[in-house]
Design a protein around this ligand. Structure first.
Ligand SMILES: Nc1ncnc2c1ncn2[C@@H]1O[C@H](COP(=O)(O)OP(=O)(O)OP(=O)(O)O)[C@@H](O)[C@H]1O
Ligand SMILES: [Mg+2]
Length: 453
C-alpha cells in the first residue's frame, strides 16, 4: 500500500513538473529564465526518481528479511515439532531413500509374515531398526492403518516401539520399528535347527519362559485396561512375541488389531487370525472382545510349557483325513490324572533339571482358565498378571475344556448327545470329522475350522 501511494505521488509530481515546463516554454520561449526553470525542473525530477529508488530498495530489503525470518521460524518450528515427537515417542516420517540406505537396499531379511517382510537396518544416528515392508495391496493397507493407529501413541516396555513410517505412492508401505535382538519366541520354544550364540540348539530356559509369560500378560493388560481406547491385539501367537537382548518379551505385529470403546463389549470383525489361536466366539462369528486375546494368550502359555504347538499335525496325507494332536486336551487330562509334569517340554528337564512344579502348575492352570469356551469365564488380563506374580491365588481346578474345538474333537462320540452340546456347536459342526481311535489324535478340516489366513 505504502509503495503504491509513493508510486502515484512520484508519477503525478513528475507529470506536473513536465506540464509546468511545457507551459513555461510556450509562454516565455527560449530565454534565460526558461533555461533556469528547466534546470530546476530536471533537478526536481531526478530528486523524485532518486527518492523512489531509495524507497524501493529499502522496501525490498524489508520484504526479504521478513521472508527470511518466516523461513527461519518455520524451520525452527519443524525442528521443535520433530524433537517433541521424538521425545514423546511418536513415529516420524521417513523418506524411502533413508530406508534404502539404512537397510543397505533391503538386504538382511529377519522375518517374513503373511503380509510383510522385515529387514534389519541401522539409522544415521546408529539406532538398529527393523523395517517392515507391507506388500499385500488392499489387506496391506488395512494392516498398515491398524498397526499405526494401535501403537502410534501408546508406550509400554513390553510393546514393540514404532519409530516411524514411510508411504510410497502406489507402492509398498513401510513401518520402522526398534530392532528386537533375539527375534520371535517361536524360535526359542519349539524345537528347531536354529542355534543360539554359543552354538547350542535354541531352547529358552524355564525361568525365562515364565518371565516372558508375565511380560506378555502385562503388555496385554496395558492394552486392555490402561489405554484410552481398549486395544485388542487379535493375533497373539509366538511369532508375534519378540525377545530383546535380555530375553524380555515384547508384543509386536498389530496388523489385525482393533480399537474398542471402553463401553463396548464386543466388536464384529471378519475372521483373520491364525489357526490354533482363534477364540471360539470369533470362529462362530459372534464378535470379538479382550477375552479373545486372553484365549490366544492361554494357547501360547500352553505352548511355552510344552514346547510344542497347541494344534499339531500328527500324520495323514489326504487333507480330509489328516490327524491332529490337540495339546490343551492332553494337558487337561494329565492335570486331572495328577501327572501334570509330563506335559512339560522334555528339553527343559534335560538342560537344567525339572522346572519348579509350583510355577508349572500356575502357568498351566492360568492357561486352562484362559482357554475356556465361554468368554465370560476367562479371567481378565489384569487378573492373569496378579495370578502369575503371586498377588492372588491361582483359581483352582479349571473346568474340563468344553470348547467348540475340543468337544468336537472329543474321541467320545456320545459327547454330542449331551444336552445342548449339539446345538451350541452346530455352527462349527460339519467342518469336523471325528477319529475315535485315540484320545489325542483327531481328524478335522483345519483349513475351515481353525481358519488359517
Ligand atoms: N522389531 C522387530 N525386531 C526383530 N524382528 C522382527 C521385528 N518385527 C518383526 N520381526 C520378525 O519378522 C517376522 C514377521 O513380522 P510381523 O509379524 O510383523 O509380520 P506379519 O506379516 O504381520 O506377520 P503375520 O503373518 O503374523 O501377519 C516376526 O515373526 C519376527 O520374526
Ligand atoms: Mg506376525
Amino acid at each position: 500500500m505504502e509503495s503504491k501511494r509513493a508510486k502515484v505521488f512520484a508519477a503525478s509530481a513528475v507529470v506536473s513538473l513536465l506540464v509546468l515546463l511545457v507551459v513555461l516554454w510556450i509562454c516565455l520561449g527560449p530565454s534565460t529564465t526558461s533555461y533556469i526553470v528547466s534546470g530546476l525542473v530536471f533537478a526536481a525530477i531526478l530528486a523524485i526518481l532518486a527518492w523512489v529508488l531509495t524507497l524501493y530498495t529499502a522496501l525490498d530489503r524489508m520484504q526479504m528479511s521478513a521472508a527470511r525470518w518466516s523461513a527461519l521460524e518455520r524451520e525452527e518450528l519443524r525442528v521443535e515439532y520433530s524433537f517433541l515427537r521424538k521425545v514423546a515417542g511418536l513415529p516420524i516420517k521417513f523418506r524411502l531413500d533413508d530406508l534404502v540406505v539404512a537397510t543397505d537396499n533391503f538386504q538382511a531379511l529377519v522375518g517374513r509374515g503373511s503380509s510383510a517382510s522385515v529387514f534389519r537396518g541401522i539409522l544415521d544416528d546408529g539406532t538398529p531398526v527393523a523395517v517392515k515392508r507391507i506388500e499385500a495391496a488392499e489387506r496391506g493397507d488395512r494392516e498398515f492403518r491398524s498397526e499405526v493407529s494401535a501403537i502410534a501413541s501408546i508406550q509400554h516396555v513390553n510393546l514393540v516401539r514404532l519409530l516411524g513410517y514411510c508411504i510410497v505412492p502406489a507402492g509398498p508401505k513401510f513401518l520402522v520399528y526398534e530392532f528386537v535382538a533375539n527375534g520371535s519366541l517361536d524360535n526359542w520354544i519349539f524345537p528347531s535347527a536354529r542355534k543360539d550364540h554359543d552354538g547350542r540348539r535354541r531352547c529358552l530356559p524355564w525361568a525365562m519362559r515364565y518371565r516372558a509369560a508375565v511380560d506378555v500378560a502385562k503388555a496385554l493388560s496395558y492394552l486392555h485396561h490402561d489405554c484410552r481406547a481398549r486395544v485388542l491385539h487379535l493375533d497373539v501367537k509366538p511369532e508375534n512375541i519378540l525377545l530383546d537382548e535380555g530375553f524380555r518379551a515384547v508384543v509386536a505385529d498389530f496388523g489385525l488389531s482393533k480399537l474398542m470403546g471402553k463401553d463396548e463389549s464386543r466388536v464384529v470383525t471378519t475372521i483373520r487370525g491364525t489357526r490354533g489361536y482363534l477364540a471360539p466366539e470369533w470362529i462362530i462369528g459372534s464378535g470379538v472382545s479382550d477375552k479373545s486375546d486372553i484365549y490366544s494368550y492361554g494357547m501360547v502359555l500352553l505352548e511355552m510349557v510344552g514346547g510344542r504347538r497347541s494344534v499339531q499335525l500328527v500324520d495323514g496325507d489326504v487333507a480330509s483325513r489328516r490327524k491332529w494332536s490337540y495339546f490343551p486336551q492332553i494337558v487337561s487330562e494329565k492335570v486331572r490324572q495328577g501327572r501334570m509334569m509330563e506335559v512339560v517340554d522334555e528339553r527343559l528337564k534335560s538342560v537344567e533339571g525339572p522346572p519348579d512344579e509350583e510355577e508349572v502348575r500356575t502357568l498351566v492352570h492360568v492357561a486352562l482358565w484362559c482357554i475356556q469356551e465361554k468368554a465370560e469365564t476367562r479371567p481378565s488380563m489384569a487378573r492373569v498378571v496378579d495370578m502369575l506374580e503371586g498377588r492372588i491365588a491361582v483359581d483352582d481346578d479349571p473346568p474340563k475344556p468344553d470348547m467348540i474345538i475340543s468337544s468336537l474333537l472329543s474321541p467320545e462320540p456320545d459327547v454330542f448327545d449331551e444336552a445342548g452340546a449339539k446345538d451350541t456347536h452346530a455352527a462349527a459342526a460339519g467342518m469336523l470329522e471325528l477319529d475315535t481311535q485315540s484320545a489325542t489324535t483327531y481328524s478335522l478340516d483345519v483349513s475351515s475350522i481353525l481358519s488359517a489366513r
